[in-house]
Design a protein. Structure first.
Lengths: 244, 352
């Protein structure tokens, strides 16, 4: 993989009234990384994703995707730079069939790199790994919860991104399903996909992450490898709620 | 090539894709073709009136049912096209090309108004629930404006706008020296309605149409797959305004007059009711409801019955309470279940 910077924020701030959702966030994710972002409720994890994708606009600071300044770019244009996002609450098209869900994303919209073949392989990995059939006429709303999560991840991959932001994929999943999700994400990452995951499940984080970023009150609290971060007393205090 | 054509027509963007359905469809079309040979020109002309409203209903189905945007004021485009046609064709009276230029002018005028209006609505990302109010206000402003155009100062060339009495003496449509009146106008309407239905069905089964449906289901999710949903909503809005204009043009060519009440509140509510009663997420359901409800209204009001509005309103309330997805759609689903039950080995038939 190339060693470019997939994503970078410089001094990003966002307030909602008196609530500071992002406080001078400087995040840097290299191409090919699998990064986990953790933090207690209200730490600003989902807001950070919304800022990265353009669903929310930053009050100040700059955001770069593949070294393009996207701070003022419309959200659909950011997607076309090769970014995919899954939402915290599942947003697959529940009234449409699995087939339609997977047919609606258009790979031609994302940036036309020589990596198309690779993106196609990744989609195959996801479809096989998650046991999804692109010809399946089942209405998505009839799928069990974990299948719906997998469907949304696959939909995003069907747009051929090379950076995906995944917001709490394993919430509500059983241990087996969580493990399977972790395995597939690792396989996709091994194939060169840059992945940023927001997750609460420490077991999941330990099994996938190379590097972990801890958010607290909109600020980057700590960054490092999984073992260091999860062993850190301060992190335990804020994240696990252990008052010492 | 032809295979692709049949896939687009037969896809599941609308109810009915079985062989039985298409046989029935062809039979109904043939019956509509034969109808004028059995009835007087006056009756054929009445049925032409029910037919000419269908593009307006289809426009609402496209915009509201498939794209999730409710316009309460699409009759504005019906009126703009009708009045523009009247002005142009009226001024070119005696010229064989007058009506054609009028049709073109009517469509262009509608596209411009709809295009500018939709640009501000969609590119400003106006909230979904405000759009019905804005569209209704637009058509009511148009009605108020047209209502005060009585008198000779409101003359465009040789044509009077006519205030609340409306514009009269609008020329019928003609190609060369052939004037579409009576029976021929009936067939003219039938062909246009068929073309609109088949064309829309193909559009909605295409990739473009699937994305339009995705926008209805979840605009943000669709945008986050890289689609410029503003551009698509704009295009669908303008296209549905064109369909409303087609009805407006046929209406003035049929009755040779138009009044401001055609863009008023009552007229504005009607296409919404056709779409809601039939089932807005199916083109065919809206076509059927448009014909039936227009037949009911026309029959009742031509008998001097004042209850037409009450009956149509009741139909809407009953639909909302008991058939929330539309009467035609729910009946069609029920029929589909029955025919499935009669096929116990449906795995075999699925392999055919």
């Amino acid at each position: 993989m190339s060693n470019g910077i997939a994503l970078e924020t410089r001094g990003v701030n966002k307030r909602f009234g008196g609530v500071v959702a992002a406080n001078d966030v400087n995040l840097r994710v290299e191409s090919g990384e699998l990064r986990c972002i953790i933090g207690p409720n209200g730490a600003g994890k989902s807001t950070l994703f919304a800022l990265l994708c353009g669903i929310q606009r930053a009050d100040s600071g700059q955001i770069f995707i593949h070294e393009h300044d996207v701070t003022r770019m419309q959200q659909f244009k950011r997607v076309r730079l090769g970014v995919g996002l899954t939402f915290q609450t599942n947003r697959a098209y529940q009234e449409l069939s699995v087939k339609q869900n997977l047919a609606i994303p258009n790979p031609g919209l994302s940036h036309t790199s020589e990596r198309h073949e690779l993106a196609k392989e990744r989609l195959e990995i996801a479809l096989n790994g998650f046991d999804l059939d692109p010809q399946d006429e089942t209405i998505a709303g009839e799928l069990p919860h974990h299948k719906l999560q997998w469907l949304e991840i696959s939909m995003v991959l069907a747009g051929y991104p090379d950076l995906v932001l995944i917001d709490e994929p394993t919430a509500g999943m059983s241990r087996d399903e969580t493990d399977r999700t972790a395995d597939i994400l690792k396989e996709l990452n091994a194939n060169g996909l840059t992945i940023i995951v927001v997750e609460h499940d420490i077991h999941f984080v330990k099994s996938v992450a190379q590097k972990v970023t801890v958010l607290h009150q909109g600020k980057i609290f700590m960054e490092g490898n999984v073992a260091d971060v999860t062993a850190d007393e301060e992190v335990k205090k804020i994240y696990l709620g252990h008052a010492h | 090539m032809t295979n692709k054509f049949f896939q687009l027509i037969g896809g599941d963007a609308d109810i009915g894709s079985s062989k039985l359905f298409w046989i029935g469809f062809v039979i109904v079309v043939v019956l509509f073709c034969l109808y004028p040979t059995q009835v007087s020109e006056f009756r054929a002309s009445n049925v032409a009136y029910y037919l000419l409203n269908i593009p307006l209903g289809l426009g609402i189905a496209l915009l509201w049912g498939y794209c999730g945007v409710l316009s309460f004021g699409h009759v504005a485009y019906f009126g703009i096209a009708g009045y523009t046609y009247g002005i142009i064709a009226g001024n070119m009276a005696g010229n064989a090309y007058g009506p054609m230029v009028g049709v073109l002018g009517g469509l262009v005028a509608s596209i411009i108004v709809a295009g500018v209006f939709a640009y501000f609505v969609f590119y400003a990302r106006v909230r979904e629930w405000i759009i019905p109010i804005l569209t209704l206000v637009l058509t009511l402003i148009l009605e108020t404006f047209l209502g005060q155009t009585a008198g000779y100062q409101w003359r465009v060339g040789s044509v009077l706008l006519g205030g609340y009495n409306g514009m009269t003496g609008i020329p019928a449509f003609q190609i060369g020296s052939f004037v579409f009146m009576g029976y021929s106008f009936y067939y003219f309407c039938l062909i246009i309605v068929l073309a609109c239905y088949v064309g829309l069905r193909m559009l909605l089964n295409s990739n473009f149409g699937q994305v339009v449906i995705a926008i209805r289901e979840d605009p943000l999710r669709t945008e986050m797959l890289g689609y410029d949903i503003r551009a698509r909503q704009w295009l669908v809005f303008v296209l549905s305004a064109v369909l409303a204009s087609v009805s407006g043009l046929l209406y003035v060519q049929w009755g040779q007059y138009i009044t401001p009440s055609q863009v008023g509140l009552y007229a504005a509510a009607l296409p919404i009711i056709w779409a809601a009663v039939g089932g807005r997420t199916s083109l065919l359901a809206v076509v059927i409801a448009t014909i039936v409800l227009n037949w009911v209204t026309y029959t009742l009001s031509s008998q001097g019955n004042q209850a037409a509005m009450v009956i149509i309103g009741t139909a809407l309330v009953v639909t909302m309470l008991f058939f929330p997805r539309g009467i035609v759609i729910m009946v069609a689903e029920w029929l589909g279940q029955i025919s499935n039950r009669n096929k116990p080995v449906d795995k075999v038939s699925a392999h055919e």
